[in-house]
Design a binder for this molecule. Structure first.
Ligand code: SF4
Length: 419
């Protein structure tokens, strides 16, 4: 779920580009060993059993590995001090816990960090590249995570929407974005952040995660669920579910499950309050129109004034920014505990949209505010951060057209039962 375009020059001007070295697999290497990252405890136990680890050791070994991987943040079996050398050799022979390759790390003047990450080939596929973005603020540090390489949806204001889907990310690849960010920020015990890193003054450096990077997370439900349940597991990474937000363009059949099975905060990429306009801006609306979407929001498990849904609304000049639209928004969300994030649009090459005038954005925000809804305007700094999203992945392999059509047909079949 990307919410903006780009202003590539301004972002690049503001950023320092670092190219980390070492510990990185070369292209064309043999297929990697299976990773233990992203497995449930049961799956990890089964993987160990399969390699001959005695049954009576399985539970203990899984607990040790879980602690080393998710609490201590190690990425090398040799650092697991309380595991015997023989056992470490067995693990090394059959598995990996390596991080993805950092192709590029960009650091903004305001402390925003963006990583272009390359994951090795899986099965018959080729390596793929995705982005993750870290946004430090006064009292929190937010990591924006991708769920797919590219996107099947074609939201007309979104640059990623112009890039075809390559494939879904695995639970390992989703979770690895968090592990890698914590590595780079020194956010594991006994680690230091690189000098000069801007981050929250106290507490965890990555305190929040948002599934708002590349892709529609609810089109990759199982892997996203598995990764988020591990990220919020109290014996591991231990993030509060209230600090994890999943953003969807409106895959209605999966919204209840998101609350019920994952239990994280929900954000909706709304952007329009009339079906005719939303059909254009967020074309999945043709399949799941506004009424169905808002009904699903009302039924979201755990919804309350303390657990509101965030509605994202990109401000497009003369498209969706009139006071009529603001009125329509209030009417649409009546009775839904909601917060509305207004996102000034940042144009990208080839787009026909323009950002609303600042005065109009403020008028729109004031109108919504006076109706009792929190409606923060994402600051230009936030725009810089999101403007950079989705721009560095062009080297990723694209699905062939036939594969993409088959994938989309499968998605429609999976989500069509409630039509
Ligand atoms: S669903 Fe896809 S096209 Fe739509 S905003 Fe998200 S990344 Fe962009």
């Amino acid at each position: 779920m990307l919410n903006s375009g780009l202003d590539e020059m301004s972002v690049m001007d503001a950023m320092t580009v670092l190219k980390p070295a070492g510990n990185q697999p070369a292209r064309g290497e043999a297929l990697p060993k299976p990773s233990l990252i992203g497995l449930t405890r049961e799956e990890m136990g089964a993987a160990l059993r399969d390699k001959g680890v005695p049954e009576k050791q399985i539970k203990m070994r899984v607990a040790q590995l879980w602690n080393w991987i998710y609490v201590r943040g190690v990425s090398d079996f040799d650092h697991m001090a309380n595991i015997s050398k023989d056992m470490r050799e067995t693990l090394k022979t059959h598995f990996t816990i390596a991080r993805p390759e950092i192709v590029e790390e960009q650091v903004s003047n305001d402390g925003t960090r963006k990583w272009l990450l390359r994951f090795p080939a899986r099965g018959a596929g080729r390596p793929v590249e995705i982005e993750a973005v870290y946004i430090p603020e006064e009292g929190r540090g937010t990591l924006c995570i991708s769920s797919q390489v590219g996107c099947t949806l074609t939201c007309s204001f979104c640059h990623t929407g112009t890039q075809r889907l390559v494939r879904n990310l695995t639970a390992e690849e989703i979770l690895s974005q968090l592990l890698l960010a914590r590595d780079r920020l020194g956010d594991f015990p006994d680690r230091e952040a690189p000098q000069g890193t801007i981050m929250p003054a106290e507490g965890r450096k990555v305190s929040n995660i948002v599934m708002m990077g590349m892709g529609e997370p609810l089109y990759n439900f199982d892997a996203v669920k598995q990764a988020l349940l591990i990220a919020t597991d109290g014996d591991g990474l231990s993030l509060s579910k209230r600090r994890v937000t999943l953003s969807t363009s409106g895959v209605v059949p999966e919204i209840f499950r998101t609350g019920d099975e994952i239990g994280v905060m929900l954000a909706i990429s709304l952007h329009a309050v009339r079906d005719d306009l939303r059909d254009i801006l967020v074309p999945i609306n043709k399949k799941y129109p506004l009424k169905d979407l808002i009904d699903a929001c009302r039924a979201y498990p755990g919804l309350s004034n303390a657990r509101r849904i965030t509605f994202e609304y990109v401000m497009l000049k003369d498209v969706n920014d009139s006071l009529e639209d603001a009125k329509g928004l209030i009417k649409l969300l009546k009775g839904v505990p909601a917060k509305i994030n207004l996102i000034p649009f940042n144009p990208w090459p080839g787009t026909n949209y323009q950002c609303s005038d600042w005065a109009q954005i403020e008028k729109f925000a004031d109108f919504i505010n006076s109706a009792g809804y929190a409606s923060p305007i994402r600051t230009p700094r936030g725009r810089d951060i999101l403007a950079a999203c989705g721009q560095l992945k062009s080297e990723s392999e694209r699905m062939r057209k036939t594969e993409r059509l088959a994938f989309e047909a499968m998605m429609i079949a999976n989500h069509g039962s409630d039509d």
